[in-house]
Design a protein around this ligand. Structure first.
Ligand code: MV4
Length: 508
């Protein structure tokens, strides 16, 4: 038994996470099968895989979300297991059941656990009834405005309205007082209806300036369940994480043990196995509250991997193959510090507007302590149909201070031309005194942005060319060009070359 029981794994995803999963498979000697939509024919995950299958047109509803086509590809190529990555079908219990019915192993938790944890109200109720901390509020969907008003009064303002089907900040409303309740209720319900086809909302007490701290758990099919410490995920923009770290700057051994034990108990009560993440809000007094559980491998899993020294994807494969966990809780320890920046094809000087297009030049950071999980290559066109995540830049350092310096160095080496990226935004964050002091909360990014830090337009390519010529001319006139330069003509050339060279790496 074990992952060696598989010979071939189909990866039902695209981009960097598909490549990440295939890398683990390759190291374990497993063959990999990719699936791809029409616009992904030349994507990196297709090139990386041992074999690849077309599953439909660009819209994900006609390709990466088509259970029938993915299972058909798996059967055709003889894959014994499917890894769903994150997003798309990763948290869809119907997909997990369909895999099972087709005799294919779903590399993830049991469908029953996905069902319980997929409902925010049902999971809140289960966690509260187990005597574990949840944010004060209701566990039921609220039908009438009258009912909601009474409950809000009992909880005490300010309160938050949340979509029961939830996620991504859709249907999320902060209500400061009685008079705001009715309009907030209406917009929350209609947003929830549009986003999830389910208008149900529930109430929570509002926690001011919380941190978002999550615990990684890992469980096998024999009832063993451990935690692998926390990730600090407070740096979000519009409910999208942009930067994560491990450990959290606020954590100490005692709090980690208490949050870790709580996460493990939540996993146990859901009958969980495989990799999962329990999300908590942490208030300024270091009280923590269960928020929700994600039943998948997360985007930010690498920061845990480099600090704990466990390959989560390989563990997922082994667990799915029936192997017992190879670590006990006391074997797990955190070493050093890791930071991840999510590199997106979006323009920070234009309200982070998506910036798809051709990558004309790609120069990647390397050297000590750098890990880059990427789904792109030079000469590839970033499609506009999907999430514009290009790569995740992850650094490790002996402590947070070294990790921060290393990330600045790595971002300075990173050059992506042809499209806009959010790299300039990270440079600003990494020099902010609150970030350097570890004073993070969920309002940090908005404060950085409202301070006007990203309003300056980056120069156009034409402006860059003019500036470079001017610099070369200046250097030449001031005699900074080597005196050995025999003629003005070659001095021009070498000064221009010097100016070009000086652009890399960027010094922050
Ligand atoms: C909250 C909250 C304050 N109090 N719940 C949950 C989903 C996430 N996307 C936003 N969530 C929040 N839930 C209560 N009861 C504040 C937030 C929140 C937040 C949480 C984590 C990271 C960034 C955030 C940004 C705004 C609001």
């Amino acid at each position: 038994m074990g992952a060696t029981m598989f010979k071939k794994v189909l990866i039902a995803n695209r981009g960097e996470i598909a490549v990440r999963v295939m890398r683990a498979c390759r190291e374990m000697g497993l063959r990999t099968a990719a699936v791809y939509s029409e616009v992904d024919r030349t994507s990196l995950h297709v090139r990386y895989a041992d074999e690849a299958y077309a599953i439909g047109p660009a819209p994900s509803t006609e390709s990466y979300l088509r259970i029938d086509r993915i299972l058909e590809a798996a059967k055709r190529c003889g894959a014994e297991a499917i890894h769903p990555g994150y997003g798309f079908l990763a948290e869809n219990p119907e997909f997990a059941r369909a895999c099972e019915a087709a005799g294919i192993v779903f590399i993830g938790p049991p469908a029953s656990a996905m069902e319980l944890l997929g409902s925010k109200t049902a999971s809140r109720q289960a966690v509260r009834q187990a005597g574990l901390p949840v944010v004060p509020g209701t566990d039921r969907n609220l039908q009438s405005l009258e009912e909601i008003r009474q409950l809000a009064e009992a909880i005490g303002y300010p309160v938050m309205l949340k979509a029961s089907a939830g996620g991504g900040g859709k249907g999320l409303r902060l209500v400061h007082g009685r008079e705001e309740l009715e309009p907030a209720w209406r917009t929350a319900r209609s947003e929830a209806q549009n986003a999830f086809n389910d208008p149900s909302v529930y109430l929570e007490k509002y926690i001011d300036r919380p941190r978002h701290v999550e615990i990684q758990i890992l469980g096998d099919r024999h009832g063993n369940l451990i935690h692998l410490g926390e990730r600090e995920c407070s740096l979000q923009r519009r409910h999208q994480k942009v930067m994560e770290e491990c450990p959290s700057p606020v954590m100490d051994e005692d709090l980690r043990r208490r949050m870790g034990e709580t996460a493990v108990r939540i996993g146990q009560l859901a009958g969980y196995w495989n990799a999962g993440t329990v999300e908590f809000l942490l208030d300024p007094n270091r009280n923590f509250y269960f928020l929700e559980m994600n039943t998948r491998l997360q985007v930010e899993h690498p920061v845990t991997e480099v600090v704990v020294g466990i390959d989560l994807v390989k563990e997922q494969l082994r667990i799915a193959g029936g192997e017992a966990l190879r670590w006990r809780q006391e074997d797990v320890s955190l070493r050093g510090a890791a930071i991840e920046c999510r590199i997106y094809a979006e323009d920070p000087s234009n309200n982070f507007f998506p910036s798809p297009g051709l990558i004309t030049r790609l120069q990647v950071p390397a050297g000590p302590g750098i890990r880059r999980d990427s789904g792109v290559y030079e000469g590839w066109r970033v499609p506009l149909e999907y999430d514009p995540l290009l790569s995740k830049l992850v650094v490790w350092g002996t402590d947070r201070h070294e990790a921060v310096a290393r990330m600045r160095r790595a971002l300075g080496e990173y050059e992506i031309l042809g499209i806009r990226t959010n790299i300039p935004f990270f440079r600003r964050v990494l020099e902010h005194p609150d970030f350097l002091a570890g004073r993070l909360d969920t309002g940090f990014i908005d404060r950085v942005l409202s301070a006007g830090m990203m309003s300056e337009e980056p120069p156009s390519e034409e402006e860059e060319r003019v500036a470079m010529l001017a610099a070369a001319l200046h250097a030449w006139r001031n005699g900074k060009v080597p005196a050995s330069a025999p003629t003005p003509e070659s001095a021009w050339k070498s000064a221009g070359r010097e100016a070009l060279l000086n652009r890399w790496p960027q010094r922050s």
